[in-house]
Design a binder for this molecule. Structure first.
Ligand SMILES: *Cc1c(COP(=O)(O)O)cnc(C)c1O
Length: 367
């Protein structure tokens, strides 16, 4: 007789829905028998990987029979120099997803609560539920973070508050004064996780910068990634910066070799590749303007965004438009999982990719 494995599973895991990644180009082409499709669904860097990183990966190929440096000494050194941090305050992760998971496992249990916005990264509820903690979701009229509501939701059980800044899936951001006022109100035994996956794209906007707030708020944890502006999503590497006692705790459950040698070498190299970063930000700025102009011509409106994607309000079922765009070979992201049924999230691509998206959108909306 078949065993009921579902019943065997830990109750927290049993009730989880898995993360839905953006559809890969290969999967779409296999399913529809089409070619030349483009993916603007996962906020990846449209420039392709930085040449400096590829060269660094080449150099470590001969060492792949060895375990990576568990402590990530060189990358931490590079981060230290770049941002004026202390290495004892840095935790490296297999992408920043790994770090979010480590933070939840370190500080949450079945008696505690984590607060996050219903319009913020879906990984926060995932890592919270996986450890059996209670997730407290706050709403926001502008699809970002209502800091008043988040502060009001704090109880004696609250251990973590997750904030994405700039936010995913909407691109909205919190200003320095807004976030500093909030942090001043959060009790010191509640940790605030500031997820800055898109901080490099911020440009000249007044968007809070976690690393400069860190010295004033010991209960702050800042996470960043090499997956977006640094163009290394496939290698999986990110970092968290926090008080060294917090860092020591995270290190206790971190898998000993959680960041591989190629990722370590590539991230170290790209950190001093100012030219690549400048180009990433530049192409993004131009693409954002190009898309906004195109949307306007279609009488559509996107939310304000400081990131490398735009969230478009359609005023009609986004799932249908998403499906039709797939048939045009354009993969974007519907946001039903966030309760945003009339919004599509569109990663900013190269000029050509943006043009293809706009043409496909025009065609799809006309029918
Ligand atoms: C893309 C993204 C990340 C990055 O995840 P990695 O695991 O570093 O690739 C983290 N947080 C948010 C909000 C993101 O959008």
């Amino acid at each position: 007789m078949a065993c009921d494995f579902l019943a065997l599973a830990n109750a927290n895991i049993r009730s989880l829905s898995p993360y839905q990644p953006g559809k890969p180009v290969e999967a779409l082409e296999r399913e529809l028998g089409i070619r030349n499709s483009i993916k603007l669904a996962s906020n990846e860097n449209p420039l392709g990987p930085p040449a400096s990183a590829l060269k660094a990966v080449q150099r470590v190929m001969g060492e792949l029979s060895r375990y990576p440096d568990s402590n990530g000494h060189e990358l931490k050194q590079a981060l230290t120099e770049r941002f004026g941090l202390r290495p004892e305050c840095i935790t490296l992760g297999n992408g920043s997803n790994d770090l979010l998971d480590l933070i939840a496992r370190t500080f949450l249990d079945s008696d505690s609560e984590a607060i996050y916005s219903r319009y913020a990264f879906i990984v926060y509820p995932l890592v919270t539920q996986a450890v059996g903690a209670r997730g407290v979701e706050t709403a926001d009229d502008d699809f970002g973070h209502d800091l008043e509501a988040m502060a009001a939701a704090i109880t004696h059980r609250t251990r973590l508050i997750f904030i994405a800044n700039p936010n995913n899936p909407t691109g909205t951001w919190l200003k320095t004064a807004q976030l500093a006022d909030f942090l001043a109100r959060v009790p010191s035994q509640v940790l605030v996780v500031l997820d800055e996956a898109y901080s490099e794209y911020v440009d000249d906007l007044d968007c809070a910068d976690g690393l400069s707030l860190l010295p004033h708020y010991p209960n702050l944890i800042v996470t960043r990634t090499f997956s977006k502006a640094y163009g290394l999503a496939g290698l999986r590497v990110g970092y968290a910066v926090a008080d060294e006692k917090i860092t020591d705790l995270l290190n206790r459950i971190r898998h000993p070799f959680n960041v591989n040698s190629a990722a370590l070498a590539a991230a170290t190299a790209v950190l001093s590749d100012d030219e690549y970063l400048r180009r990433s930000v530049d192409v993004n700025r131009k693409g954002r303007a190009q898309l906004r102009q195109g949307f306007e011509a279609l009488r559509l409106e996107a939310l304000p965004s400081a990131a490398n994607f735009l969230t478009l309000r359609l005023g009609t079922s986004a799932e249908q438009v998403y499906q039709r765009l797939l048939r045009e070979g354009v993969i974007v992201r519907p946001l039903g999982v966030y309760g945003m049924h009339e919004h599509l999230r569109i990663s900013i691509g190269t000029e050509d990719e943006n043009q293809r998206l706009l043409a496909a959108l025009e065609k799809v909306l006309a029918c």
